[in-house]
Design a protein around this ligand. Structure first.
Ligand SMILES: O=C(O)[C@H](O)[C@H](O)[C@@H](O)CO
Ligand code: MG
Length: 390
């Protein structure tokens, strides 16, 4: 089997998007004096879909959501020539070929995200060629079905957040993640508003539902040290990305500070990056995204590392490329799930570009033992909602 063609298309959403609201989600831009619509740079309204075709007619599908136009250019100009003519089953060699040839600029960030897209397509190809789902090529079925947590609850009116939380309870979720809206620049009043939002959600869901708290890199070490003791009474499952991804020492200090587990990793790359997070005890939950971290090849290695360190893996994003990793290892107890399809931050686009993602049932999703590859196809239902760049 030889790779004959690589096609990268960037899908740019032109459909309805939910208008941005102030304090929607604390984020890394919040500490700038001219933060404006600070979440703006973290709204991903484009996605690059990569199709890798082989001489026997199989087509593997990969994807990348970070800087999709740049990722497409990297695939077209640098990565496609490196894999064409090769056997997709030589996926480790091809990963090393892509990683090493772009090492000067691609070992983290959009370079590695582009490598991830090709790698995911190779695994989809191997599944299709063998007639097996990808998770059966990794470690097989380790769960009867995958528990998932409802991930939304962006900072809005407290009553709206309570009604949203109630909806997830009614849908059978036993875990959910909410976002803070305030950070260091919002002072004591912002702290109070943050605490009030957690109290409001806890009031609805009670103490026996897992509640995760998302900062999305919007706080800093000093602010988080002040917030953690105030948050302990809410017993959160974890506090996510309180500081920027490069502040690994900050993560490590926070992770030892209180009983609240610190989580992170959706902005970290390769097994080398996760070795640092694990070795330095920087996080108690790792959250790579397979379409960023280095694809399935890298994620599979990180799962093994995490198992050795007894740190659970709960990947960022409820999307098929992550579900197969979670199904394949006991090191990953659950998946994230994005319960709302209205396009806001852009995670939702996956539902409009692809078909095949499982729907949750009472807080669980499952994968099909008999569906080869990732089990995804490119949808033709919403093509008119996208500007597609070949
Ligand atoms: O953990 C997450 O789901 C991510 O951080 C979100 O995709 C991001 O949009 C912040 O909520
Ligand atoms: Mg996150």
């Amino acid at each position: 089997m030889k790779i004959t063609k690589v096609r990268a298309r960037t899908f740019e959403w032109k459909g309805h998007t939910v208008p941005p609201q102030p304090h929607f989600c604390s984020n890394a831009m919040d500490q700038l004096w001219d933060r404006g619509d600070s979440m703006g740079t973290f709204r991903f309204h484009g996605w690059t879909v990569v199709e890798v075709e082989t001489d026997d007619g199989h087509v593997g599908i990969g994807n990348v959501a970070l800087a999709p136009r740049i990722a497409k250019a990297i695939v077209d100009q640098y990565l496609a020539p490196l894999v064409i003519g090769h056997d997709p089953f030589d996926y480790e060699y091809l990963w090393q070929r892509m990683y090493r040839s772009t090492h000067a600029w691609g070992r983290k960030g959009v370079g590695m995200a582009a490598i991830s897209a090709i790698d995911i397509a190779l695994w989809d190809l191997m599944g299709k060629a063998t007639g097996r789902p990808v998770f059966k090529l990794l470690g097989g079925r380790t769960k009867e079905k995958i528990p998932c947590y409802a991930s939304k609850l962006y900072r809005t009116d407290l009553k709206e957040m309570q009604e949203e939380a109630q909806r997830y309870l009614d849908q059978g979720f036993s875990a959910m993640k909410m976002r803070f809206g305030y950070g260091p620049k919002d002072g004591p009043e912002g702290m109070r508003k943050n605490l009030d939002s957690v109290a409001a959600v806890r009031e609805v869901i009670g103490d026996d539902i897992d509640l995760m708290l998302e900062c999305y890199m919007g706080w800093n070490l000093e602010y988080t040290k002040r917030m953690l003791p105030k948050l302990e009474k809410f017993e959160p499952r974890w506090l996510e990305e309180p500081v920027i991804a490069d502040d690994i020492d900050g993560y490590a200090e926070l992770n030892q500070l209180t009983s609240i587990p610190i989580s992170g990793g959706e902005h970290e790359f390769t097994s080398y990056g996760f070795k640092q997070l694990l070795y330095r005890k920087a996080v108690s939950v790792i959250q790579y995204d397979t379409n960023r971290v280095g694809g399935i090849t890298a994620a599979h290695k990180i799962n093994a590392l995490a198992e050795a360190y007894s740190v659970p893996v709960i990947p960022h994003a409820g999307q098929m490329h992550n579900y197969h990793l979670t199904m394949s290892t006991l090191a990953s107890p659950m998946s994230e799930f994005f319960p709302v399809h209205d396009v806001e931050v852009g995670n939702e686009l996956f539902y409009y570009i692809f078909e095949g993602d499982p729907e949750p049932d009472n807080g669980f999703i499952d994968l099909d033992d008999d569906k080869p590859g990732l089990g995804l196809s490119i949808s033709d239902k919403y093509l008119d909602q996208f500007n597609i760049i070949e």
